[in-house]
Design a protein around this ligand. Sequence first.
Ligand code: GLN
Length: 181
Amino acid sequence: MLAVQGDVEAHARALARASAEAVPVLRPHDLKEVEALVLPGGESTTIAKGIERLGLADALRGFPGPVLGTCAGAILLSREARNHPVPTLGLLDAVAERNAYGTQVDSFADRVDLGAAEGLADLRCVFIRAPRFAALGPGVEVLARVDRAPVLVREGRVLAATFHPELTPDPRVHTLLLGAI
Ligand code: GLN
């Protein structure tokens, strides 16, 4: 798990619930030790600066295994971030609009709409200053929606959630990541 900033501990607990061990990624070399990668939520500007400072961008882009980005992590995976643009990794053919639902006080939880894929029915999603996907490329599948907006998407080995699956006890999103190893 990228451990620059954000809710690293909560993801470590969520991975443990899904029977995986989390190790911090802070150097390019650390990526050789892991089978899947999580980019946690947090503050994407801060995380992007950390990626730059630690010289991690190329190693993250070249990571060959399954990747899950949540909230700020989803922003960093996208090809473009709008509303306070930030340098992104471009691993997901998506445009992410930051803070699309408002500020911290507009944080909320909701269930996914019916029709969610991959056994994700009734998934409860926690949104904290969440982004929204303003555009998705043709190769991007929508696995879950809330209020018709895509909240969990997949392009090949890359999964991105605009919510925080690590903050609910439900392990299904992390299980999806681990199942792709
Ligand atoms: N609003 C944050 C950002 O734009 C993301 C919030 C989060 O990860 N909970 O970076």
